[in-house]
Design a protein around this ligand. Structure first.
Ligand code: HEM
Length: 476
C-alpha cells in the first residue's frame, strides 16, 4: 500500500511539473494554441477519428503556425523510431546521416539507371488494365482498394526487389515472403496511424520500447526477407547488371560497398513502405472522383482520344500534350490529399519566422497551414496538407472538385512535401499516377454501382483513405 502511495505521489509530482513545462514562455513570439490538459495534451480537443478537421479550424483562431501538444512528449515517437528502423533509415535519419543516404537513394532512382525498371512499370500498367478488363467483361464490380494496392505493391516490388504478386482474380498462388512483406506494410501503416499511449505519455515510453524490442516481430521478419533477397541478388549478379540493373538492389550492389549492406536493406524497406499506401490511396481517390464527376471524366477521355488515339496506350511521352489529365490528377490530389500531414520534422536551431518563435529541438508539432512558410529551413513541422488544400486564401470554393481551376491559374501545391527533405520518390510516384490514371480514363468508363454519388468522406490514418467502395467498369 505504501509503495503504491509513493508511486502515486511521484506520478502526480511528475505530471504537475511536466504540465507546467508546457507553459514555458519564449517571449511575445511564443506560439499559441488550444489549451492543453495534463498528460493528454490537446488530445481531448482533436479526437481520434478526424483530427485534421479541428486542426484546420485552429488555423483561423491561432494563425498560420500554432502549437499542439500530442500528449506530453517532446521528440519523435517510439512507434516511429521502431518501425522506421531509426539507426539505418532515410526518412527519420539525423541530418548528418541523411545527406549521404538521400544521395544514395536519389542517385539510385535516377531514370537513366532505371530504364529497364520503367519498362517493367509499363508491364504493371498492362496487368492492371487486364484485371480491369476481366471485371468489365464479366460484369463484376471492381474493388479499387485491393486491386490498386496490388498494382502499387507490384510496381514497388519490381522497383526494389524485381518481384511481384498475382492479382486475386488470377487465382494463382503467391510467393509467401512477398505476401508477408505486404502484410507487414499494412500492419505498420495501421500502427503508425493509430499510435500508442507510450508515444504520447513520456513516462510510458520505456515500457513501449521494451514491448517492441521483445515482442514485436515485424521488423525482424521484413529484414530477414530483404536480407535473403539481397543475398540472392549478390549470388546471381552479372556484369551486364552494372549497365542495366534488374532493380534497386542491383544498383546498391553495384556501389561495391558491402559495409553498407544493412543501410541498403533499410533503404529498401523505407521505399516499399513510403511508396505503397500513399500511391495506391491517391489512385483510389482518383477513381472515385472519375465516377462522381462524369463530366470531367468525359473531358479527360476526349483529350486522350485526340492526343493518343482510341486504340493506343498512354505513355509518359504524352504527358506534355495532355493538360487536362495533368489538371485532373492535380485536382484529385488537392481535393482528396493522400495524407493529411507530412512527416514530423525537428528544428535544429532556434528560429524566428515573422511573429513566431520556434525553439530548437522542441518537437512540439507545429501545424503550418499557409504556403508562405513552407520553404523554411529545418523547422520541426507537421505540414497540414488538408489545411493547405482547404484554405480559401489560396483556392476559390475549396470544397468543389474542379480540375479546370488548374488550367486557368497556376497555384503551387505539392503533395510531396517542401524543401530538402521532400519526397525522394516523387518522380517515380507521379509517373505511376500519370500512367495509371490516364490509361484507365482512356480505356474504361467508370461509374458508381447504383448511379448515385460515392461517399467522399475521408478516414484518418497514416494516409487519408475513403470508406471501402466498388465501381462499375465498361470498356470504351
Ligand atoms: C502519391 C504518392 C506519394 C506521396 C503523396 C508522397 C508524399 C511524401 C511526403 C509528404 C513525404 C515527406 C516530405 C517531408 O518530410 O517534408 C515523403 C517522403 C518520402 N517519400 Fe514519398 N510520397 C509518395 C510516393 C513515394 C514513393 C513511390 C516512394 C518511393 C519510390 C516514396 C519515398 C519516400 C521517401 C523515402 C521519403 C523520405 C525522404 C527523406 O526523408 O529524405 N514516396 N513522401
Amino acid at each position: 500500500m505504501t509503495i503504491l502511495a509513493i508511486i502515486l505521489v511521484l506520478f502526480i509530482i511528475y505530471s504537475y511539473f511536466n504540465y507546467l513545462s508546457k507553459f514555458k514562455s519564449f517571449g511575445r513570439k511564443s506560439l499559441k494554441g488550444p489549451f492543453p490538459l495534463p498528460l493528454v495534451g490537446n488530445f481531448h480537443q482533436l479526437g481520434t477519428t478526424r483530427p485534421h478537421i479541428p486542426m484546420t479550424k485552429y488555423h483561423q483562431q491561432y494563425g498560420p503556425i500554432y502549437r499542439i501538444w500530442m500528449g506530453d512528449v517532446y521528440t519523435d515517437t517510439e512507434t516511429f523510431k521502431y518501425y522506421s528502423n531509426h539507426d539505418s533509415n532515410l526518412m527519420f535519419s539525423k541530418e548528418e546521416d541523411w545527406v549521404e543516404r538521400r544521395d544514395l537513394v536519389a542517385g539510385a532512382l535516377k531514370k537513366s539507371k532505371m530504364k529497364h525498371i520503367y519498362e517493367l512499370l509499363d508491364g504493371q500498367v498492362d496487368k492492371l488494365m487486364s484485371c480491369m478488363s476481366y471485371h468489365a467483361k464479366a460484369g463484376i464490380a471492381f474493388t479499387p482498394k485491393s486491386n490498386l494496392q496490388r498494382f502499387t505493391i507490384n510496381s514497388m516490388l519490381r522497383l526494389v526487389l524485381n518481384q511481384e504478386l498475382p492479382y486475386e482474380y488470377q487465382d494463382i498462388e503467391a510467393d509467401e515472403s512477398m505476401i508477408l512483406i505486404l502484410n507487414q506494410i499494412d500492419k505498420v501503416s495501421l500502427e503508425f496511424g493509430t499510435g500508442k499511449l507510450g508515444d504520447y505519455v513520456d513516462i510510458l515510453r520505456v515500457p513501449l520500447r521494451l514491448y517492441y524490442n521483445l515482442f514485436d516481430k515485424t521488423l525482424p521478419t521484413v529484414r530477414s526477407i530483404m536480407d535473403q533477397e539481397y543475398q540472392q541478388h549478390l549470388d546471381t549478379f552479372k556484369q551486364e547488371y552494372k549497365e542495366s540493373p534488374r532493380d534497386l538492389i542491383d544498383v546498391f550492389i553495384n556501389n561495391n560497398d558491402e559495409s553498407k549492406r544493412s543501410i541498403y536493406i533499410s533503404m529498401c524497406w523505407d521505399l516499399l513502405f513510403a511508396g505503397t499506401d500513399t500511391t495506391s490511396v491517391s489512385m483510389e481517390w482518383s477513381m472515385m472522383l472519375m465516377a462522381n464527376y462524369p463530366q470531367f471524366q468525359e473531358m479527360a477521355y476526349q483529350e486522350l482520344v485526340s492526343v493518343v488515339g482510341k486504340d493506343n496506350n498512354v505513355t509518359l511521352s504524352h504527358r506534355s500534350q495532355t493538360p487536362f489529365i495533368n489538371a485532373f490528377i492535380k485536382e484529385s490530389n488537392r481535393k482528396c490529399a493522400p495524407g493529411a500531414y507530412g512527416v514530423p520534422r525537428v528544428s535544429s536551431k532556434d528560429l524566428e519566422i515573422d511573429d513566431y518563435f520556434i525553439p530548437k529541438g522542441v518537437c512540439i508539432h507545429f501545424i503550418i497551414v499557409t504556403l508562405l512558410l513552407l520553404t523554411t529551413h529545418t523547422v520541426t513541422t507537421l505540414i497540414n496538407y488538408h489545411g493547405i488544400t482547404r484554405n480559401p486564401k489560396y483556392w476559390d470554393n475549396p470544397e468543389t472538385f474542379d480540375p479546370t481551376r488548374h488550367l486557368t491559374k497556376h497555384q503551387e501545391f505539392q503533395i510531396w512535401g517542401y524543401g530538402a527533405r521532400n519526397c525522394v520518390g516523387q518522380f517515380f510516384a507521379s509517373d505511376i499516377l500519370y500512367l495509371t490514371i490516364s490509361n484507365i480514363l482512356l480505356k474504361f468508363k467508370v461509374s458508381s454501382i447504383d448511379g448515385g454519388l460515392i461517399d467522399e468522406h475521408d478516414n484518418w490514418g497514416l494516409t487519408l483513405h475513403p470508406n471501402p467502395f466498388k465501381i462499375k467498369l465498361a470498356i470504351r
